[in-house]
Design a protein around this ligand. Structure first.
Ligand code: ADP
Ligand code: ADP
Length: 226
């Protein structure tokens, strides 16, 4: 069984933009996978469909074997999403944000508090647990987004341009967290337009352009082709 199986996925937005023109993609369990492509290629649309923020026009999507048409809630329960924009309440504290998130997934408060310690320590935010989110640096806010996405212990973590606009030092420290999470058995898919990021982190890669997959290979093989 694959972590993610996408077959002939199409998306036409209202207004007629063909954002995805028949995408096929398989991601194995435990993989660290990059979806690389220029702006407008269809990366956010793909992620939007996986996280059910965008309705697909046609095609099939399975997450750990669960088709999003038939078993949406089950499929969603396996996914942790880290969107590009900070979408937490800036006035809540770091710990409130992650504990509340667990609550949305039905995790009991006592267990949520235990998990908050685990994931805030892992992302180096435990010392900031009582700080309102608005007082965090940009890099810390990015890490908070990752900690929050882990609170329901998803088997698949999906990150949309996780390091867009952050400087190289913060980027490197985020790469380390992501590697650790992957080593614990969580499948990771990220979108990026930095080849360097994909190269440093990912085992497998798909390149998307104008709504179509133009390359799908191992990182190693891609690098020997360049
Ligand atoms: P990427 O994430 O790779 O930059 P997107 O998935 O955001 O690409 O966009 C793919 C195409 O779909 C682009 O042409 C973009 O302008 C268009 N698009 C994205 N979102 C919408 C939307 N909500 N309505 C209409 N067109 C959209
Ligand atoms: P869906 O088909 O998933 O319901 P829509 O086509 O209704 O998505 O578009 C969602 C929203 O995104 C709309 O409010 C639309 O105005 C806006 N939008 C339109 N064009 C773009 C674009 N190129 N990039 C991003 N958002 C866009």
């Amino acid at each position: 069984m694959y972590a993610l199986e996408i077959k002939n996925l199409k998306k036409v937005y209202n207004g007629g933009v063909e954002a995805l023109k028949g995408v096929d993609l398989m991601v194995e369990q435990g993989d660290f996978f990059a979806l690389l492509g220029p702006n407008g290629a269809g990366k956010s649309t793909t992620i939007g469909i996986l996280s059910s923020l965008v309705n697909k026009t046609s095609g099939q999507v399975k997450i750990f074997g669960h088709d999003i048409n038939d078993e949406l809630e089950l499929a969603k329960s396996h996914i942790g999403l880290v969107p590009q924009e900070f979408n937490f309440n800036q006035f809540e504290t770091v710990q409130q944000i992650v504990v509340n998130q667990a609550g949305y997934y039905g995790v009991k408060r006592k267990e949520a508090l235990i998990r908050s310690e685990t994931y805030l320590k892992q992302t180096d935010l435990w010392k900031k647990k009582d700080t309102p989110a608005r007082n965090l640096s940009g890099g810390m806010k990015r890490r908070l987004m990752i900690a929050r996405a882990m609170m329901h212990q998803p088997k698949l973590l999906i990150l949309d341009e996780p390091t867009a606009g952050v400087d190289i030092e913060i980027r490197r420290s985020m790469w380390q967290f992501l590697r650790k999470i992957n080593e614990q058995g969580v499948t990771i898919i990220l979108t990026t337009h930095y080849l360097e990021e994909a190269e440093s982190l990912c085992r497998n890669i798909a390149i998307i352009d104008k709504g179509q997959i133009v390359e799908n290979t191992s990182m190693k093989r891609l690098l020997t082709q360049l």
